[in-house]
Ligand binder design. Structure first.
Ligand SMILES: *[C@@H]1O[C@H](CO)[C@@H](O)[C@H](O)[C@H]1NC(C)=O
Ligand SMILES: *[C@@H]1O[C@H](CO)[C@@H](O)[C@H](O)[C@H]1NC(C)=O
Ligand SMILES: *[C@@H]1O[C@H](CO)[C@@H](O)[C@H](O)[C@H]1NC(C)=O
Length: 351
């Protein structure tokens, strides 16, 4: 394990793209001992889980984590350095660390396992360390090795990406939880053993989404700004380098207008997107999605109704079956459109 970081890993050809369904292992061209192949599948799975979380967190936002934004290299054509870029880097890097760490605890790899270094020591009043603490250090090292090596450049953009990769990994640590088990005479809990466990991945996603919302903009060198490409400018030391900002997401450029389609920027626009309205189950943020995606973008909200069939009036019958009726009901969905057209498109839903 000692020589692990010494091995050379050549990653990518020019850019690594997350495919629609999986971050293909083929995107990593691994040289060096086969040892690394052990991790590639898990690294890919981890990055993929990060991307799925990104899609979940941004499902009802104007920018909804589209496939074309998921290029983790500084060398791709759409070289954005926005707040959204910062989230993609943080969540991917966190996803890789998370998955590798879980793999270690599950005993999937020969050379890592639980962190039992503190076991037996007193942790605090009434509890001692024990059990299987998730070994984040190993996961952190593998994530750094694979994800950070995608940054070849030394410009501000590359530094930004590295910073956000690291912020993602810090988030994995920051959301860990102490979990305890009671001991003592007949469950009196006079003594507990505790271990540190990863939060569930959704919590990590929520945590990074909050970081995204208060991400810090880094001001660039003025001369470089005038030269045109802000993200290629010199890095001006700012608050981002204070220790208090190391866990924050940072970005260099303001986000473009995600309302309107702009193919040269790779932006789809919100026309045709679904939004949520009048459904009881949703959060306030989701309830506002029709405003955010449609009306505030100059589009209209169109209701489309479909008929769905589902089981209803189910009765238990002696003995032992359940009999149900098939009920038809109307399901409304809402979409952003430029002009309200065929608002009544009846289709057959499924049960
Ligand atoms: C790592 O964990 C993932 C699920 O979290 C699993 O699918 C994968 O097979 C594991 N990797 C190895 C090498 O066992
Ligand atoms: C797309 O964005 C670029 C850069 O901001 C801008 O110059 C261009 O006018 C936009 N195109 C459209 C069709 O909005
Ligand atoms: C309603 O909320 C519950 C719990 O939060 C969730 O499991 C379920 O999928 C939601 N249903 C819909 C239609 O969103």
């Amino acid at each position: 394990m000692g020589g692990l970081l010494m091995l050379r890993v050549a990653v990518g050809i020019c850019c690594v793209t997350f495919g629609a369904s999986a971050w293909s292992v083929n995107n990593f061209l691994i040289t060096g001992p086969k040892a690394y192949l052990t991790y590639t599948t898990s690294v890919a799975l981890g990055a993929q889980s990060g991307i799925e979380e990104c899609k979940f967190q941004f499902a009802w936002e104007r920018w909804n984590c589209p496939e074309n934004a998921l290029q983790l290299s500084t060398h791709n054509r759409l070289r954005s350095a926005t707040r959204e870029t910062s989230f993609i880097h943080a969540i991917s890097s966190a996803g890789v660390m998370y998955t590798i760490t879980k793999n270690c605890s599950m005993g999937d790899f020969e050379n890592c396992g639980c962190d039992e270094s503190k076991n037996g020591k007193t942790g605090g009043h009434g509890w001692i360390w024990g059990g299987c603490s998730d070994n984040v250090e190993f996961g952190e090292r593998i994530s750094k090795l694979f994800v950070d090596s995608l940054e070849k450049g030394k410009d501000a953009r590359a530094l930004m990406n590295l910073h956000n990769n690291r912020a993602g990994r810090l988030a994995v640590r920051a959301t860990m939880k102490r979990t305890c088990k009671c001991h003592g005479i007949s469950g009196s809990c006079s003594i507990q053993t505790c271990w540190l466990q990863l939060a569930n991945f959704r919590e990590l996603g929520n945590y990074l989404k909050a970081k995204y919302e208060r991400a810090l903009k880094i001001e660039m060198d003025k001369r470089q700004l005038r030269a045109g490409n802000s993200a290629e400018g010199h890095w001006v030391p700012t608050e981002a380098f204070l220790p208090s900002a190391e866990a924050e997401l940072i970005f260099l450029e303001e986000s473009p207008d995600y309302c309107t389609r702009n193919s040269s920027l790779g932006i789809y626009g919100t026309e045709g997107r679904e939004c949520l309205q009048n459904s009881r189950n949703t959060s306030r943020w989701e309830q506002c999605s029709c405003g955010r995606l449609c009306t505030e973008c100059g589009l209209q909200v169109e209701e489309r109704r479909t008929e769905a069939i589902s089981s209803c009036n189910c009765k238990f019958q002696w003995c032992c079956t359940v009999k149900c009726d098939q009920c038809r009901h109307v399901v409304s969905k809402y979409y952003c459109t430029r002009s309200p057209g065929s608002a009544w498109s009846w289709g057959k839903g499924s049960a």
